[in-house]
Design a protein around this ligand. Structure first.
Ligand SMILES: Cc1ncc(COP(=O)(O)O)c(C=O)c1O
Length: 449
């Protein structure tokens, strides 16, 4: 449709494109040609196995015809509607999203353009509902790159833009067992005690900040890029109880952990916890079109029955994105993709553990569903990471390069390797990727002291 020879894509892009998250002179993008299932191909015809679902988002896999055709049909019927209008696809999309929230309890849905503005809108809703201002989020978190979402983010990605971000955010510590600040001398304590220590920590912060000033606690149900941190049993229920006790809105950021990633529709479903608000994006359309959503309990929405919700964007509820969401959710149901992710969970976990046992540079592995991570270390005893905090290292760069050269696309974050493939991946395809990883880990093994 658009005329540009394959070999001109990269030079023309380098001439005109300004890249996000990049030093402009140092970008080296893969010139992408097409994608299908769990694979994509560059313009030289080289095939890559996609172990990151592109940006942890193509949950149903690449090239799904049903979603593409639904978008095409919607574009032909009605490509755009003003945000204040009711459309068939908006009615269907909001019902579809409400229907997959825990017990259908979050029955009001606000559509956004992605995850960052989903979180910002969730905070506005919580502030309006409670009449309070502060928001508590965790240090090991990423909640998006707009100013408000950057403020919510606990990890160092916010540092480049401070000060000047949204005020009122207070961070607290995550229950991160492998590197728990509180438990260096007693790492083997029972899970319930470990969980309670972090709940006590949160409650202490609530007290110091003044419960009457806190609108929301916002957290990734399972932390994504900051470590695939799976909450210990009792933790999310404990946070729920603290929120109830102090009249605080509980917001679960399921932008990465939602839509089957953990083997349930939402990660909170593993612990039967019902937040007041769930934010989502990525897997909502499997990234076939940009879309986020804020699903909320009707009581939250009712705070705006008579008061105007002073927010909205031109592309709110874009019909083509909504068509992608409705078709994507239908595909996930019809093809039992969440169930498949749940079945593949133990398979991935076993492969991670095997890799961990075979390679001295693997300090710990964690996974839930098709959401996995390897923590690479220079020393298993001291747990010294293979790359320093908020940085990289020659070994991590070489590992990622070796994977890519051998046709495995994955995401490394500091000293970790994330495994977040499309949810349709099968066991032989996982094995194919793990064989490449197995060979590449020899690079980091050499750095072990
Ligand atoms: C947990 C989480 N929240 C929010 C976001 C931001 O989403 P978006 O990039 O669509 O704004 C991301 C993106 O990676 C995420 O992982």
């Amino acid at each position: 449709m658009f005329d540009l020879p394959d070999d001109e894509i990269l030079p023309l892009s380098k001439e005109h494109v300004f890249w996000t998250w990049s030093a402009q002179a140092r970008v080296n993008p893969i010139p992408l040609q097409r994608a299908e299932g769990v694979y994509f191909w560059d313009t030289t015809g080289k095939r890559y196995l996609d172990f990151n679902a592109m940006t942890m988002c193509v949950n149903i896999g690449h090239g799904n015809r049903r979603v593409i055709e639904a978008m095409q049909a919607q574009a032909a019927e009605l490509p755009y509607a003003a945000p204040g209008m009711a459309t068939r696809i908006r009615a269907l999309a909001s019902r579809a999203v409400a229907g997959i929230t825990p017990g259908g309890a979050l029955s009001k849905v606000l559509f956004t353009l992605g995850g960052a503005d989903a979180n910002e809108n969730a905070v506005k809703l919580a502030r309006g509902y409670t009449g309070r201002f502060k928001v508590l989020t965790r240090y090991r978190s990423y909640h998006g790159a707009t100013a408000g979402a950057m403020a919510l983010t606990g990890d160092p990605r916010r540092l480049a833009w401070e000060p000047g971000l949204m005020p009122g955010v207070v961070h607290f510590l995550d229950p991160y067992r492998y590197r728990s600040t509180f438990h260096r001398t007693n790492p083997d304590l029972p899970e319930a005690e470990f969980s309670q220590d972090y709940l006590n920590h949160l409650e202490e912060i609530i007290q110091y900040e003044g419960p009457e000033t806190i609108a929301a606690v916002l957290m990734e149900s399972v932390t994504g890029t900051n470590g695939v941190l799976i909450p210990p049993d009792g933790y999310l229920a404990g946070v729920r109880a603290l929120c109830d006790q102090y009249g605080i809105v509980m917001i679960a950021d399921e932008v990465m952990s939602g839509f089957g990633r953990t083997g349930k529709w939402f990660a909170v479903d593993h612990w039967q916890v019902v937040p007041d608000i769930i934010t989502m994006a990525k897997g909502l359309t499997s990234a076939y079109a940009p879309l986020g959503a804020v699903a909320m309990k009707p009581g939250i929405a009712a705070a705006f029955d008579e008061r105007v919700f002073e927010s909205g964007l031109t592309y709110t509820s874009h019909p083509v994105s909504l068509a992608a969401a409705v078709a994507n959710i239908q595909v996930m149901k019809d093809e039992r993709i969440v169930e498949h992710a749940a079945e593949m969970g133990p398979v991935l976990n076993r492969m991670l553990k095997d890799l961990g046992e075979a390679h001295p540079s693997v300090g710990e592995v964690r996974s839930i569903g098709l959401f996995g991570i390897l923590e690479l270390v220079r020393n298993r005893e001291t747990k010294e990471p293979m790359a320093p905090w908020n940085s990289s290292s020659p070994e991590m760069v070489a590992l990622r390069r070796a994977c890519q050269e051998n046709g495995l696309f994955l995401y490394t974050h500091w000293h970790t390797v994330l495994i977040i493939p499309p949810l349709i991946i099968d066991e032989p395809q996982l094995q194919e990727g793990f064989a490449v990883l197995d060979a590449a880990l020899k690079i980091t093994d050499k750095a072990v002291q």
